[in-house]
Design a binder for this molecule. Structure first.
Ligand SMILES: Cc1cc2nc3c(=O)[nH]c(=O)nc-3n(C[C@H](O)[C@H](O)[C@H](O)COP(=O)(O)OP(=O)(O)OC[C@H]3O[C@@H](n4cnc5c(N)ncnc54)[C@H](O)[C@@H]3O)c2cc1C
Length: 399
């Protein structure tokens, strides 16, 4: 497969990781990204299990550790800002051993820099149409350019354009879990020092934290949806929805919401999963959220993207000139891992957003009593067991 040209749509975690590994295996990847530059922002994410092997094999583990968030702990607050319960960072994040926490944007930049000199990146553009004629894929870009590639891979996230063009409309594959999430940078007006504060009310959770490498803070809002997400790119509508949903809430909510107008990295999306019977069709395949989004509630989206990209590139390389065998090998190696991680999402979200006043009251009571409970760290480790198990539900080959 030397010099096989591969167009990758999307320069997120899956796209840049795939570009890296394809290049390493002798392919010629080109990455097209809709945004004018690499997209910064996003929550702090954990790299666990098999995904740790991928970043270690890419030689970026030291850099990831240097850029780690180093969040020391978290507290749950009530409407008056009183800290009801606190927990250490690793326990709270469900981390063990070598697990690493880093801001999504920092990870994306580290991986991008690894590839920037040897991969062609086309920013501010997108695939407009695809024609797979059996020998190659003719791609028309929104910019007007037309090029032909041997293979095309959609790494363009939950609302993948590649998936819509090659496999059919989003409604066939995307399952809305009934929640929305928004994350953006805010000034650190609470003077947090690598600490997270969470506020919970019925149907609405909000939190803010600061990290080691960030002089500002991040705000996150996670809430039960009141209306469907009919246009995921309409920022004005999304911000109005957020303001309306949190109207009348106490704590620091109004000040955190004030920050969103100027936030350079405003992110808003539904909590959804992608379920597909096949991740490839002819010469087109999907990777990461585009193929098997597990939703932010799984805590495993980034690890899935890293592992999926590594496996796809490896299987294509192992299959020589037979891209169908490569895509088949990728399906076979990844399917169980993707499914195990997708299973985490719906269960986790029920603990992240509480539905009733009684649930909130009960949880707050439990948390305020927790400091008196012996072995609370062990209890948390038990809670996090399923995610650690899912994170290791694949054995990576050496391609
Ligand atoms: C800015 C941002 C912030 C995020 N924040 C969080 C978060 O806080 N918590 C969380 O759990 N998950 C977050 N996510 C999602 C998380 O990054 C993914 O679940 C995970 O990393 C899998 O990554 P992915 O590369 O498959 O998809 P994504 O990270 O969504 O990357 C997809 C990339 O494709 C690009 N793209 C989309 N459409 C097109 C198109 N038509 N043509 C070309 N390029 C296109 C996007 O701009 C993006 O760069 C965020 C994603 C983004 C883009």
């Amino acid at each position: 497969m030397r010099n096989t040209s591969v167009l990758i749509s999307g320069a997120g975690i899956a796209g840049v990781t795939l570009a890296y590994w394809l290049r390493r295996h002798g392919f010629t990847p080109t990455v097209v990204e809709r945004a004018p530059a690499l997209r910064q922002g996003g929550y702090k994410i954990d790299i666990r299990g098999a995904a740790l092997d991928v970043v270690t094999r890419m030689g970026v583990m030291d850099e990831i550790r240097r850029e780690r968030t180093d969040v020391r702990g978290a507290s749950v607050v009530n409407a008056a800002g009183k800290r009801l319960a606190s927990m250490g960072g690793d326990t709270f994040g469900g981390r063990e051993g070598e697990d690493a926490e880093i801001l999504r944007g920092d990870l994306n930049r580290i991986l991008y820099e690894l590839t920037a000199n040897e991969v062609e990146y086309l920013f501010d553009d997108s695939i407009a149409s695809l024609t797979d004629d059996g020998d190659g894929v003719k791609v028309a870009f929104e910019s007007g350019e037309t090029r032909t590639f041997d293979l095309v891979v959609g790494a363009d996230g939950l609302h993948s354009t590649t998936r819509a063009l090659a496999f059919g409309p989003e409604s066939e594959y995307v399952r809305d879990l009934g929640y929305h999430i928004s994350i953006f940078s805010v000034p650190n007006h609470l003077g947090l020092d690598r600490w997270e504060l969470t506020y919970v009310s019925p149907g609405r959770t909000a939190l803010t934290y600061s990290t080691a490498k960030d002089t500002g803070a991040k705000a996150m809002f996670l809430f039960a949806s009141v209306s469907p997400d009919d246009d995921h790119r309409d920022r004005d509508r999304q911000q109005k929805l957020l303001t309306g949903t949190y109207a009348g809430e106490g704590w620091e909510i109004p000040r955190l919401l004030d920050g969103m107008a100027d936030a350079p990295d405003f992110y808003f999306d539904s909590l959804s999963q992608v379920h597909m019977d096949r991740w490839s069709k002819g010469r087109v395949a999907l990777v990461g959220d585009a193929a098997y989004c597990a939703s932010p509630a799984s805590g495993q989206g980034t690890s899935l993207a890293l592992v999926g990209a590594y496996v796809l590139a490896g299987e294509l390389a192992a299959a020589g000139d037979d891209h169908e065998a490569g895509f088949g090998g990728y399906e076979q190696a990844m399917r169980h891992f993707a499914e195990q991680n997708q299973k985490l999402g719906p269960g986790n979200i029920r603990h992240m957003v509480l539905r009733s006043k009684t649930q909130v009251w009960f949880q707050m009571k439990m948390l305020s009593l927790m400091k008196y409970l012996p072995g609370k760290e062990r209890m948390m480790a038990k809670v996090m067991e399923p995610i650690q198990k899912a994170a290791r539900a694949i054995t990576l080959k050496n391609y």
